[in-house]
Structures are given as structure tokens and as C-alpha cells.
Ligand binder design. Structure first.
Ligand code: MOS
Length: 748
């Protein structure tokens, strides 16, 4: 097993990634590289049809192929007892085909090539039906009142209808469309499964939720949780596509049982387009009305999106945008969904907000243009001092500073508000655009532990949580937060993650990891304090009230009487055990509420904010949009690590540029299969597409949220980027593109 202990600096220090060296030297083991000897290789055979029934599967030729060990199909698949998600049907539980690429068989062989070859010998006979793949196909079933997590998606406040039709109001009413996008993390999803006897399972899995994968596999295979061990020391990017318990995980585990050998299975890049979700297509109509002062009087946000026959995921474009961003007396949100014969969609970086902010922030720019108002001024005129949705005060909000600092750094005052009026010396159109950014701050309940050991003349702290690092920096910030909570120097603190035997963690989704870990580690540190005080008899801290005690430079010390203090080393020594341990209190298992930092106590609305400023240059003859500069300023509470946080926002911006300019999953309307399921045809940004990306933070702690004051930063960076680009394109050319991506043909 890998050495999962790392050392770092305290909160606020731009510490290098503690796992950076392992990653760049290739020492880091990702799931597919699990150090499990004698593992055979699994290969998934995908369905070639999008809708229909499997009439028969003939594996006889494949079974005779050289190197083949076992073949798993719906015929010999064991019954699962739940645990799966993403695709709502249990894998291999029936013969129906609901989407192209659906898994039909898993071949296990001694090499990956032999497994793949043998899969080509399997003869599957289908009875095929015509799939519905176009959202405007009248055969697509329409649901006008969908629910998501049990809640309806509509929302209404005030009388938007009257406001939008009031005399004298300036009204913008436009439709914006965003295509299906596919996650493309560097590391494809992979699972390696090893059975130890009939009732013990070891799995390496590329996941966004070590504890979730653990409990899902235990449930599915009817195993005792203590008999299942899941490792994921490194996740090579996720962006949401590793946040559900997708079929391949269960198939790999079942295949290993059938083959009586450990099995190593990785999805191919093409399979990533059908087997681990996508961001659904969205059509959004935004209506905004405002007076001459720019004050928005009415906002209506209509969303149409697509779901699949075996998915429950809905892209809720308005929930995290129109309901929370601007102060307006009336808001109406309506969402419809249509069922299409496509693979299930899923969370993709800022799910809902990413397409939602493209629509809302484009419409805001259109309104500013109609009103002849500066886009920043329009946003300031509608700044929400309290949450428009709940009327609760924000736990902490510094959006105005984001606008001011971003505008200053970018040179926004030099913007010519007249579209198509500025050119570079070599004749390229130049445009400036901006947009807000926003993403909620969430907590997923989780636990952690902090252990103090004697070491040398002092102590060493080792904190731990199951958790996972998607490349986001969890390894690094976990140690930094521990150093800060215990007030110990960096070199004396280590943090462990990526192992289901460690305290249960929530998944890394919803940008929740940093805040959730802060809460869990904060709670564990408080518990450690209490444990240490049990050994304070005969010291100056004997009988002291725990509220008067804090960690201070290697001591436990009284706040009111600073001279009353005992070294942590002495307390561990007096305990007489190998280490003294603090753990999260039980209530964290169920809800993220603490004494002074309740995340959902009904007192505050928790939300991050920011602003993007974008410069584009566009050639006249071949109008490819080049994004020459981006300045992004984010209010994410306290910045745990300026280096990893900046990298999170830059990554979000890069992904936003992909959304704006190139990303678009095309499906063959006859077969329902993705056409561009490879890196040559699915265009994500590459180095030559990226120019200056400057990121700044307001860095004010949000202590209502957790004891460190941090809010997550994984997703906010992408929100608003596509709108800022589209707004800059309008400023450069006078052409308003409401249909992403902004490809050159749309500007000709
Ligand atoms: Mo993120 S889309 O919440 O994994």
C-alpha cells in the first residue's frame, strides 16, 4: 500500500502539493495501477444499439479465444442488493437496452488485448427500436413538473408576470442553448477488484467518494462493511463523472468473483462518453424587466433539459443562479424535462450553474446594452444584500469587492461600450466582457480523527479522513488545516486519506470537501483537546474549563491565564498510550451542524461569489475567438492555499472556455451513439488556446460556515465564464451568440 502520510505548511501558505512529487515522477499509483498481483484484465462490450432488447448473447467463440478466463453477461450476473447509482437500473439486471454504449458483457482475459479481441467475438442479437435522440422529437416524453431529490424545481416569488409586462419597463427575453458536454478527466474511470475468500473484498477505484464506493459495494454484494476495503489515494480528475456508483464498478467486482482472479478494468476514452455521465442539453429562456435605473423588476427563467430512461439526474439551471444572484421583487422559475434514449447524464462541474449562468449572465449583458448601462453598474444596481431565495442574510459576501478589484486589474474602464468599434493594430476585433460567478457553499457530513504522538522533544500530529483528492489539493489542505487547528509547525503534521478504513467522509462533489473537512477536523481537534485535558491532573490546567483552553505553539494553554500551560508532549506522556486521539462527535454522522458554525441552521445563506473579466480578439476572415486575457476575482472565504486555490479557479476558467468555444458532444440521430467520442473530435481547450489567466481572492474568512472559514473552490471558477466570453464577443463584433459553443461559423 502507498505511503499515505504527507507533511505541509499551515493555512494560507502557498504550499506545494504534498503529492506533487509522486505525481510528476510517476510514483503515484492510480486505481488501474493498483499494486495487486496476478490481476487479469476486464474489457466491457458496449451495446451498439440505443434502444431495444437483447434477444441472445453467444459467447462460445469468445470463450475459446486465447487467454480468456471468464465472460460475465446479464445471464450469469449475480443479483445485486442495491448500492448502484448514476444508472438507476442495477447493472446486468435485465435484457433491455436503454442507451447506446450500455454494457452488455465483460470479458476477462490474461491481457487487455486478448480481452478486447475476445469481446469482438461475442455475438449479440438485438431486437431494435428507433431511439429518440433529438430533444425536439415529438416522441420525447415531456414532464412539466419534475422533482429532483424529492423537491419540485419550480420557484416563484412575487408577480414576475406583471412585472415583465409592465408599461415602460425595458424587457429582454431570449433563448439560450447549451449542448451535451462530456467529462474528460485525464484518468479514465477504473476499478480493480480482489476477493479474499467469498466474503472479503479489496477494491481500488477511481472515485470521488471513497466512503460512498465502500458502502455501495458492501450493500450491492451483501458484505459486512468491515469486510470491504476501498482504496483511492489519487483520482486523476473527476469533474462529477466519478461521483456516482456507475455499473463498471459492480461488473468488475462480479467478474473477479466469476474469474476467481483479481480483475483490473478501465473504461476506454470512448466508453467515458457513454458510461459515466455527461452534462445534459439545456434550452433556457430568460426574461428580465428593468426600470431606467437598471433595477430588475421581474425575472423569469424557463429551463428545458433532457433525462434518460435510467437516470434521475436533472440539470437544474435556475436553482443556483436566478434564485440567488440578483435582488428582484419577483422571480419565476419553471423547469421541464424530456426523456431521451441517451446514456444517463450526471453532475458536471457546477451542474446547473454552468449552463444557468451562461443564460442569466448573457441576458444581463443584453439588458445592460438595452439600458445603455455599464454591465458592472447594472450588477451593482441589483446586488442582493440578502438571499433573494430565502431572505436570509449571507454568512459572508464580498461580491462588490470582486467586481471592483477585477475591473481595476483588468482595465475595464477602457472598454468601449459600442460593439464592433475596437480593433488591434493588425486588424483583429477586440471585445471586453464580464460576468458574475456564483456557487453554493455546502457541507457533506463526515468524520475525521486527529492523533498526537510523542516525537523527539515534541509531538507529531497525524490527522485522517477517508476522503479523496481529485487533483484539487485535499492531501495538502488537510495537513494545512490540521497544522492551523493544532497550532503546530508544518513539519510536525501529516494527513492521510484515500482509504475506506479511515473515518467516513462525504464525497468530493459540490465543492464540499474543504468545508466539510474543516468542520470534521475542527470537531476532532476540539475532541482532542478534551482527551488531552483528561490527563491534566497535577498540571496548571487541572480542572480548567475546556472553553478557556486552546492549542498554542506546542502547548495546551489557558486563554485567560496565558501562563497556565502544559506542553502537548507532557500530556501525551502522561496519557501513557501510544497516542492521544480526537474524533468527530456523533452528530456529524448525520448533519453538518456545529455550535457556532451551523451550515444549515436556517440563520444564514451560504454562497460563494466572484467575477470574471474577459478580453477576446477575433479575426475578420476566419472568426475564431481567441481569449487573450481573463481576470477572475473570487470570494471563497478564507483561502486555505493560494497555490492550489488559484489552480482550481484557473482549471474552472479553462473548462469554461471549453464550454464557451468548443465542447459539444454530437450524437448520431439514427443510432444514438456519440460521434466525437475521442480527443481528436471532442475539442477541449489545450495549451495554445489558453493565454493570460489571472486569479485573485478576497480572502475574508467565513466563520459562520466552519471554524477555518473556508468555502470550497472546485466549481465556482467555471460559472459565468462562457457568458463573459459571449459578452466579449458581442462587444467585439456586435453579434450575440446564444447557442454554445461559439464556433467560427456562427460569427461569419
Ligand atoms: Mo462536482 S460536478 O459536484 O463533482
Amino acid at each position: 500500500m502507498p505511503n499515505q502520510e504527507k507533511a505541509t505548511g499551515a493555512v494560507g501558505v502557498p504550499t506545494r502539493r504534498t503529492d506533487g512529487r509522486e505525481k510528476v515522477t510517476g510514483a503515484a499509483r492510480y486505481a488501474a495501477e493498483a499494486p495487486i498481483p496476478k490481476a487479469a484484465f476486464g474489457y466491457i462490450l458496449p451495446s451498439t444499439i440505443a434502444k431495444g432488447v437483447i434477444k441472445s448473447i453467444d459467447t462460445s467463440a469468445a470463450e475459446k479465444a486465447i487467454g480468456v478466463i471468464a465472460i460475465l453477461t446479464p445471464v450469469n450476473m449475480p443479483k445485486l442488493h442495491g448500492g448502484h447509482s448514476g444508472d438507476t437500473r442495477a447493472p446486468f439486471s435485465d435484457m433491455n437496452i436503454l442507451y447506446a454504449g450500455q454494457h452488455v458483457a465483460v470479458v476477462v482475459a490474461d491481457t487487455p488485448e486478448r480481452a478486447r479481441h475476445a469481446s469482438s467475438l461475442i455475438k449479440v442479437e438485438y431486437s431494435e427500436l428507433k431511439p429518440v435522440v433529438d430533444v425536439h422529437d415529438s416522441a420525447a416524453a415531456l414532464n412539466e413538473s419534475p422533482t429532483f431529490f424529492g423537491s419540485p424545481l419550480g420557484f416563484s416569488k412575487g408577480d414576475a408576470k406583471s412585472a415583465l409586462s409592465a408599461q415602460g419597463a425595458t424587457v429582454v427575453k431570449q433563448t439560450y442553448t447549451t449542448p451535451i458536454e462530456t467529462h474528460n478527466p485525464m484518468e479514465m474511470s477504473a476499478t480493480v477488484a480482489l476477493w479474499e475468500g467469498d466474503d472479503k473484498l479489496v477494491v481500488w477505484d477511481s472515485t470521488q467518494g471513497v466512503s460512498n464506493t465502500h458502502s455501495s459495494l458492501a450493500k450491492a454484494f451483501g458484505l459486512k462493511p468491515e469486510n470491504v476495503r476501498v482504496y483511492c489515494p489519487y483520482t486523476g480528475g473527476g469533474f462529477g463523472c466519478k461521483g456516482e456508483e456507475w455499473p463498471h464498478k459492480f461488473l468488475t467486482v462480479a467478474a473477479a468473483k466469476l474469474a476467481k482472479r483479481p480483475v483490473r478494468l478501465a473504461l476506454t476514452r470512448a466508453q467515458m462518453f457513454t458510461s459515466s455521465g455527461h452534462r445534459p442539453f439545456c434550452e433556457q429562456e430568460i426574461s428580465l424587466s428593468a426600470g431606467a435605473d437598471g433595477k430588475i423588476t421581474g425575472l423569469r427563467h424557463f429551463v428545458l433539459t433532457q433525462v434518460s430512461p435510467s437516470s434521475s439526474f436533472i440539470e437544474t439551471c435556475a436553482s443556483g443562479t436566478s434564485r440567488v444572484l440578483y435582488s428582484t421583487a419577483s422571480i419565476e422559475v419553471v423547469q421541464h424535462v424530456k426523456t431521451m434514449d441517451l446514456p444517463p447524464g450526471t453532475w458536471m462541474r457546477a451542474p446547473g450553474e454552468t449552463p444557468g449562468m451562461f443564460a442569466l449572465e448573457s441576458a444581463m449583458d443584453e439588458l445592460a446594452h438595452e439600458l445603455k448601462m455599464d454591465p458592472v453598474a447594472l450588477r451593482l444596481a441589483n446586488h442582493a444584500d440578502v438571499s433573494p431565495e430565502s431572505n436570509l442574510p449571507w454568512s459572508s459576501k464580498h461580491l462588490k469587492e470582486c467586481y471592483a478589484r477585477g475591473a481595476e486589474k483588468f482595465g475595464w474602464s477602457k472598454r468601449n461600450p459600442i460593439p464592433a468599434s475596437t480593433k488591434t493594430v493588425d486588424g483583429k476585433w477586440v471585445g471586453y466582457g464580464m460576468a458574475s460567478a456564483t456557487y453554493p457553499a455546502m457541507i457533506f457530513p463526515g468524520q475525521a480523527r486527529v492523533r498526537l504522538y510523542k516525537e523527539g522533544n515534541g509531538v507529531r500530529a497525524v490527522s485522517a479522513a477517508a476522503s479523496q483528492d481529485l487533483g484539487t489539493g485535499t492531501w495538502t489542505i488537510g495537513a494545512q488545516m490540521t497544522a492551523t487547528l493544532l497550532d503546530l509547525p508544518a513539519g510536525q503534521v501529516k494527513f492521510e486519506l484515500g482509504d475506506s478504513n479511515l473515518p467516513t467522509s462525504g464525497q468530493s462533489g459540490g465543492s464540499a470537501t474543504a468545508g466539510s473537512l474543516a468542520l470534521a477536523l475542527g470537531d476532532a481537534s476540539e475532541s482532542l483537546k478534551a482527551e488531552l485535558l483528561k490527563h491534566a491532573d497535577g498540571t496548571p490546567l487541572a480542572g480548567i474549563d475546556i472553553k478557556d483552553v486552546h492549542f498554542q505553539e506546542g502547548y495546551l494553554a489557558s486563554k485567560s491565564t496565558p501562563s497556565a500551560k502544559v506542553t502537548l508532549r507532557d500530556l501525551v506522556q502522561k496519557a501513557g498510550t501510544e497516542y492521544v486521539e480526537g474524533t468527530t462527535s456523533d452528530h456529524h454522522k448525520y448533519q453538518p451542524t456545529g455550535e457556532d458554525y451551523m451550515a444549515n441552521d436556517g440563520k444564514f445563506a451560504f454562497q460563494s461569489f466572484g467575477a470574471h473579466f474577459v478580453e477576446v480578439q477575433i479575426d475578420d476572415l476566419l472568426p475564431m475567438v481567441k481569449v487573450t486575457r481573463v481576470v477572475s476575482v473570487m470570494d471563497i472565504g478564507r483561502v486555505l492555499n493560494p497555490r492550489t486555490a488559484r489552480s482550481q479557479v484557473q482549471g474552472g476558467v479553462v473548462m469554461g472556455l471549453g464550454q464557451a468555444l468548443t465542447e459539444d458532444t454530437h450524437y448520431d440521430l439514427r443510432t444514438g451513439r456519440p460521434i466525437n467520442d475521442n480527443f481528436a473530435d471532442y475539442l477541449a481547450p489545450v495549451n495554445p488556446d489558453i493565454h493570460s489567466l489571472e486569479v485573485e481572492f478576497i480572502d475574508v474568512p467565513d466563520l459562520h460556515f466552519n471554524p477555518i472559514g473556508c468555502r470550497g473552490v472546485g466549481e465556482i471558477g467555471i460559472t459565468g465564464v462562457a457568458a463573459a466570453v459571449a459578452n466579449a464577443v458581442f462587444n467585439a463584433t456586435g453579434k450575440r451568440i446564444r447557442d454554445l459553443p461559439i464556433t467560427p461559423d456562427k460569427l461569419l
